[in-house]
Design a binder for this molecule. Structure first.
Ligand code: COA
Ligand code: AMP
Length: 635
């Protein structure tokens, strides 16, 4: 890779970031071009495209309609859970978004106000996000699989003027009512919105306006029927487009801020250069709008590009079977798809020989992109062999908003090495550092860090919390952003990401916090203390396991089964079923250091059958002897 388009672009992006990104910025329409490409006056805070003014919704919709794409499909909503498919053209999406933006404006929502969006995978989720962008409001989408405690934490922090919700989401075989969860979340939150807008779905009718509340409860359809369309409001490139909360190790989620200018430029660049997708192509990302993959690659990047995005309300398996993705690809003539490795592991489990693929014409499919968790070489080999197209691992996080490492299919396709997310993407100075901050030699593992400044589109800070931004990400190594992942770079410059070095969980590509699950367990009246660890799982990559110490006097022998069931249920009710906590064990004591820190990593190693690293600072090593039999048999 010493020559070619990739290395030219990569070197330039680091040697001359301003030149590189100002060229990329030309793909975006600005009402006022930026006066400064990179503002580094206040390190470690960096801002891109200072002085520039634009509207993200204009770039995603209006400009395409103006330029003749009005009749092209913007969104194809394919919903096996409701048995419907709906195509929405750019012109129609623009119309819906403008009217919903008008409805929000009529409620007093204006530039900078926050709007929490608690919607499943339906077109209205896209409409809501773009409507906020249109009037300069800041959306914060909460994944529908999260239960009241998680939703409440986000409402508390984002302080929204308006909350949008649907009456329900639909999981295979079950309707998930959203309104009771929202009501419970609002009861918990000290912040109350001014209005709650509820979209009624035919699968379930939510009670609206039937309670005495401090906020107004409104019906989505009635509100939109009376709405006047709203025009785009120009914002500063550095103004926030959205806040997306992500899990850290504590129970308090981090509000990742995304700006308007850098985000639009980076995502548009990524679509062509990383994913090889251009205007008019059909692109299918099977994720959820509640995750960053959904924000970036279901909604913003494809629409900024003028492509068609498939919005899929279903699962890889069970809706109705492991052929679901292949049906979508062949019915909608998909050029490339993106999902999490777990989804492919589920398909492989149900249809190991790929027999169900044979019934579908997959000839349009050129590439499969997988991200969100480690792509194991077995799954990679299976998908590559069965589909006969490149299967491209790419590594990134909510914080960055777009890939840090990938095989750049548009810029310069490279050989693929299973187990590696390929090479650093232009803009990202990826370094693997030792505990003392030295770069480790090729092939050696360390902490994966990004030298500052990071490229456009990455988080400028955390919502209302510059201090936590610095403490969480920038304080471990001066001048570097700490990704929280460990890994290595090989002799060819390929990056291998091995997993989190902190206690963040990754369950089926969903990022969850040990802290939130522990808070739910600790809330049980019989629990004295608890720990949650993520253990290896063949399907989901990782699943949480809970270990609880009961209060003195609680008889575990008599009540153990009931307690375990109650604890599992508590986590479903507080965090959400998506946490996938199935196993909770009652133990006599938890292993701790002398300063009281619970040794989760060591317990994880035991549960995964690895040789545990027992630190010298352990308070009482005999605790591990008692824990060994509890942790090991679960495998
Ligand atoms: N709303 C409500 N509940 C939800 C939900 C949502 N949006 N998403 C998941 N859940 C529930 C599920 O119904 C399930 O409930 P159950 O315990 O009652 O069965 C639970 O949360 C766990 O869900 P999930 O992790 O989806 O596991 P699963 O066993 O139902 O399915 C897979 C396994 C692999 C099919 C599924 O995890 C999957 O599709 N993964 C892809 C991951 C992905 O898209 N990640 C996004 C990042 S790119
Ligand atoms: P999220 O912020 O939810 O996207 O989760 C980000 C985390 O998921 C990263 O820090 C990694 O731990 C993990 N992750 C994402 N993509 C990959 C990948 N391609 N390989 C390994 N881990 C990944």
């Amino acid at each position: 890779m010493s020559d070619g388009a990739y290395s030219t672009a990569y070197e330039r992006s680091l040697d001359d970031p301003e030149g590189f990104w100002s060229e990329a910025a030309q793909a975006i329409e600005w009402s006022t071009p930026p006066t400064r490409v990179l503002d580094g006056d206040h390190p470690p805070f960096y801002r891109w495209f200072r002085g520039g003014r634009l509207n993200t919704c204009f770039n995603a919709l209006d400009r395409h309609v103006r330029d003749g794409r009005g009749d092209q499909a913007a969104i194809i909503h394919d919903s096996p859970v409701t048995g419907t498919t709906q195509t929405i053209t750019y012109a129609s999406l623009l119309d819906q978004v403008s009217r919903f933006a008008g409805a929000l404006a009529s409620l007093g929502v204006s530039k900078g106000d926050r709007v929490v969006v608690y919607l499943p995978m339906i077109p209205e989720a896209v409409v809501a996000m773009l409507a906020c962008a249109r009037i300069g409001a800041v959306h914060s989408v909460v994944f529908g699989g999260f239960a009241p405690a998680e939703l409440a934490a986000r409402i508390e922090d984002a302080e929204p003027t308006v909350v949008l919700a649907a009456s329900c989401g639909i999981e295979p075989g079950r309707v998930v009512e959203y309104k009771p969860m929202l009501d419970a979340a609002l009861d918990r939150s000290t912040h109350k919105p001014e209005s709650v807008i509820v979209l009624q779905r035919e699968q379930c009718h939510a009670a609206v306006g039937e309670r005495d509340t401090d906020w107004e409860e409104l019906d989505w359809a009635e509100l939109v029927a009376d709405a006047e369309p709203a025009d785009c409001v120009d914002v500063e490139a550095t103004d926030p487009l959205y806040i997306l909360y992500t899990s850290g190790t504590t129970g308090r989620p981090k509000g990742i801020v995304r700006d308007n200018g850098g985000h639009a430029v980076a995502l548009r660049w990524s679509m062509g250069n990383i994913f090889g997708i251009g205007p008019g192509d059909v692109w299918f990302t099977a994720s959820d709008v509640g995750w960053v993959v959904g924000h970036s690659y279901i909604v913003y990047a494809p629409l900024l590009t003028g492509a068609t995005s498939v919005l899929y309300e279903g699962k890889p398996v069970g809706t109705p079977d492991a052929s679901a993705f292949w049906r979508v690809v062949s019915e909608h003539r998909v050029t490339a798809m993106f999902t999490a490795p777990t989804a492919y592991r589920a398909i492989k489990r149900d249809d190991p020989d790929g027999r169900l693929m044979a019934a579908y014409d997959l000839s349009t499919l050129q590439t499969v992109f997988l991200a969100g968790e480690r792509l194991d070489p077995d799954t990679h080999a299976w998908a590559t062999e069965r589909l006969g197209v490149p299967v491209v691992d790419n590594w990134w996080q909510t914080e960055t908003g777009w890939p840090i490492a990938s095989n750049l299919r548009g810029l310069q396709p490279m050989p693929i090495k299973p187990g590696s997310a390929s090479v650093p993407v232009p803009g990202y100075a990826v370094r693997v550092l030792s505990p003392t901050g030295q770069e480790v030699p090729a092939g050696e593992e360390g902490a994966i860090c990004l030298r500052l400044p990071m490229p456009p589109g990455t988080l400028p800070t955390l919502w209302n919390d510059d201090e936590r931004y610095v403490a969480s990400y920038l304080s471990a190594y001066d001048g570097y952003y700490l990704t929280g992942d460990g890994g290595m770079i090989d002799e060819d410059g390929y990056l291998f990401v091995m997993g989190r070095t902190d206690d963040v969980l990754n369950v089926a590509g969903h990022r969850l916090s040990t802290g939130s699950i522990e808070a739910a367990l600790a809330g049980h009246p019989d629990v004295a203390e608890c720990a949650v660890i993520g253990v290896a799982d063949d399907l989901k990559g990782q699943v949480p396991r809970g270990l609880v110490v009961l209060k003195a006097g609680v008889d575990a022998a008599a009540h153990g089964d009931r307690l375990r069931a109650e604890l599992v249920q508590r986590v479903r009710d507080e965090v959400g079923a998506v946490a996938s906590l199935r196993q909770v064990d009652v133990v006599a004591a938890l292993p701790k250091t002398r300063s009281g820190k619970i040794l989760r990593k060591t317990m994880r190693e035991i549960a995964d059958g690895k040789t545990p690293t027992i630190p010298g600072t352990i308070e009482d090593a005999s605790v591990f002897e008692a824990l060994g039999p509890v942790l090991r048999p679960a495998r």
